[in-house]
Ligand binder design. Structure first.
Ligand SMILES: *Cc1c(COP(=O)(O)O)cnc(C)c1O
Length: 411
């Protein structure tokens, strides 16, 4: 019988979202007449904007004619989309990139997982705590870790706690690491990093020969001026960082699937015998062999996000979500609940009132306010005592949820 990859068995059962769903279903069965408001989701709710839909349809129509039909495309994505992204998303930040450094993909969950293909198993990894679970679990799957301990920390991974005490800005690892995952603006804490903080990480990575895997999935939600949208706004980052971006949250592409990964040609790694080779070369080869690109109509739709019309429409939805975030944050703060995030990210990370555990607060919120959120402890041990509310909802639901929470906890 074939041996299976028993690293998968080290993973703790996908506990968080199934458990939330189990408790919500049980509650709804018992309370069929009460309206439950779901602010737990990390998915968008608004449909695609008209300019994107038009381009998507046009792309499909092109497929109907022999003269404009597209078969296999470049595995790296069409260069017209890469060039549009460079011109519209990077040049305004003062960042110069080549199309050969921009890889179009089906999303940044996939890319942030697949990127591990081009690193040796011996690389030491540092991740935040709490964290987007993909970074942790994919390292377990490839066999970079031992077992999890009682707290849920895997042997072999360096965890960087992000808490109120450090302002959700983790300290540099005290041991030598080769790969550092950073996600700004952050899911789940909704907090972000200043230019100085990112410069600190870039300098640290350069000094320690580490590679930063920078997840910028929420950069479009930044509202404050001066907050970096890309790691490449920091000098030296092209020598030490890979950046992931996604159309998922930015333009409602969670069900359409398009993202991109930037692997600068200047980013080098070392071979077993100490030679330097560009990670770009390896990622290009990886994608060419294991990936067949994103469908042509989807890439047409993605390009339309950056048209003047498309961007105005997309921005309006982002503003809508961020107005929800403001309503949640200000409402809860007025009720005496300590909140983080919600200014440059569509997530509010609140401190549970009265020192409740994350799950106790979940149950209370569900049973007494009929509101669903996500327990912070589900994102890592340092999330205990925190709770995530998402701003990806309908305005009237958000307002109603806040009203109920304030009625319950407001002083
Ligand atoms: C939603 C999300 C993504 C986007 O993933 P896609 O695969 O592009 O949909 C990436 N990183 C984080 C932290 C996210 O929350």
């Amino acid at each position: 019988m074939a041996r299976l990859n028993d690293n998968y068995l080290k993973l703790q059962a996908g506990y968080l979202f199934p458990e939330i769903s189990r408790r919500v279903t049980a509650f709804v069965d018992d309370h069929p007449n009460d309206k439950v408001i779901r602010l737990g989701i990390g998915d968008v709710t608004k449909p695609l904007v008209p300019a994107v839909l038009k381009a998507f349809h046009d792309g499909v129509d092109d497929m109907a004619q022999g003269s404009s039909f597209h078969g296999y495309g470049p595995e790296q994505g069409y260069s017209w989309l890469a060039q549009t992204i460079i011109d519209k998303a990077y040049k305004p930040l003062g960042v110069e990139l080549k199309t050969s450094e921009v890889f179009i993909s089906d999303g940044s969950k996939c890319d942030s997982a697949n990127i591990l293909d081009i690193f040796d198993l011996s690389c030491k990894v540092a991740i935040g705590d709490p964290v987007y679970p993909v970074y942790n679990d994919t390292n377990v799957m490839v066999g970079r870790t031992g077992q999890a301990n009682e707290q849920g920390y895997y042997e072999g991974i360096v965890y960087m706690p992000c808490t109120e005490e450090n302002g959700f800005a983790p300290a540099y690892p005290t041991e030598n690491v080769d790969i550092i995952y950073l996600c700004y603006p952050n899911n789940p804490t909704g907090t972000t990093a200043t230019k100085e903080q990112l410069k600190g990480w870039v300098d640290y990575a350069l000094a320690n020969d580490a590679v930063i895997l920078f997840d910028a999935a929420y950069e479009a939600f930044i509202t404050e001026p001066g907050i970096p949208h890309s790691i490449y706004e920091i000098e030296g980052a092209k020598q030490c960082a890979i950046e992931f971006r996604s159309f998922s949250k930015t333009a409602g592409f969670t069900g359409v699937r398009c993202g991109l990964t930037v692997v600068p040609e200047d980013l080098m790694g070392t071979t077993e015998n100490g030679n330097k080779v560009s990670f770009n070369q390896l990622w290009n080869r990886r994608q060419g062999t294991k990936f067949n690109g994103v469908s042509y109509p989807v890439q047409k739709a993605a390009a339309a996000v950056y048209s003047d019309e498309g961007w105005a429409q997309v921005k309006e939805i982002i503003d809508y979500y961020m107005a929800n975030a403001k309503i949640i944050r200000e409402g809860l703060e007025a009720a005496g609940i300590t909140c983080y995030g919600g200014v440059n990210a569509p997530y509010i990370w609140l401190k549970t009132p009265e020192g409740m555990t994350s799950w106790d607060f979940f149950d209370k919120l569900l049973n007494e306010c009929f509101v669903v959120g996500t327990p912070g402890s589900g994102f890592g041990p340092s999330g205990e005592g925190y709770f995530r509310l998402s701003a990806f909802g309908e305005r009237e639901n958000v307002e109603e949820a806040v009203k109920r929470i304030v009625a319950k906890w407001g002083k």
